[in-house]
Write a protein that binds this ligand. Structure first.
Ligand code: SF4
Length: 249
């Protein structure tokens, strides 16, 4: 897995943003995560090494914009160039996670057509309201690859009407950090069942720090959250394995 952070910083726009890990991370260094800036690795996809090989090796999945949102307003002037770099690397798969799917078309390249084959767009929805707002848009956009991420999962969500053969995967996880909100195993299981019924790959990524199962509340240390989810054994084939650093974007 490779990561590309062309810009950094973001604005809270959704209930899932409350305990955003970008804000938590920046606060540790006395920085304000609402200050958005273009990073020094902006042109990483087109950078080469001294021996002429590309910095990002062919075949990599490139997790894009994990410390911001690719469709953030401040990035409107940078995004056209970012799209050009993405287009120039058909040998990579760019995985973009967003809460701003309604801004997808702002700065979209003219040659987008039915989509770039090397882009997967994943929409985050943490509750039913956000699912109902964002997933109808995701379903209809010109994309070759689309996924759903329910993290931090804050309530029971019915995804039934959004799961179809155009959705390539659903990932679910709880919330981490000192102020983590509750995640119930029943909510996770409901989504897992819906995915199985629809034939959509499902991945339970992590429990979060406050996890309720069978009416009992568990406080789960960070180092065990992914392992506990894996041990639940409820993934269905093909579910994406996201890394720990991809939390709750
Ligand atoms: S990075 Fe993601 S979670 Fe954090 S404020 Fe932006 S959209 Fe919200």
């Amino acid at each position: 897995m490779a990561a590309w952070r062309p810009w950094h910083g973001c604005h809270k726009c959704s209930p899932g943003c409350l305990n955003c890990y970008v804000y938590r991370g920046d606060a540790r260094y006395g920085r304000d995560a609402s200050q958005v800036y273009r990073t020094g690795e902006f042109d990483l996809p087109v950078r080469g090494r001294r021996d002429g090989t590309p910095r990002l090796s062919p075949g990599e999945t490139v997790y894009t914009c994990l410390t911001s949102d690719f469709f953030l307003e401040e990035a409107d002037e940078w995004r056209p160039r970012a799209w050009r770099m993405i287009r120039s690397r058909p040998d990579l798969m760019f995985f973009i996670i967003t809460k701003r799917i309604e801004r997808f078309e702002v700065g979209l390249p003219e040659d987008w057509g039915a989509g770039y084959g090397n882009v997967t767009l994943a929409v985050t929805c943490e509750n039913q309201q956000k699912a109902d707002e964002r997933l109808p848009i995701l379903r209809e956009l010109p994309l070759f690859h689309r996924e759903i991420i329910c993290e931090p999962l804050l309530e029971a969500i019915s995804l039934d009407r959004y799961l179809c053969d155009r959705i390539e995967g659903v990932t679910v996880g709880g919330e981490s950090g000192p102020n983590a909100r509750l995640c119930r195993y029943d909510w996770v299981l409901d989504i897992a069942r819906a995915c199985r019924a629809a034939g959509v790959p499902f991945h339970f990524k992590q429990t979060g720090a406050r996890f309720e199962k069978d009416g009992r509340l568990y406080h789960i240390p960070r180092r065990e959250q992914h392992d506990q989810a894996r041990r639940a054994g409820i993934d269905s084939p093909g579910g994406r394995i996201l890394e720990e650093s991809d939390d709750e974007t």
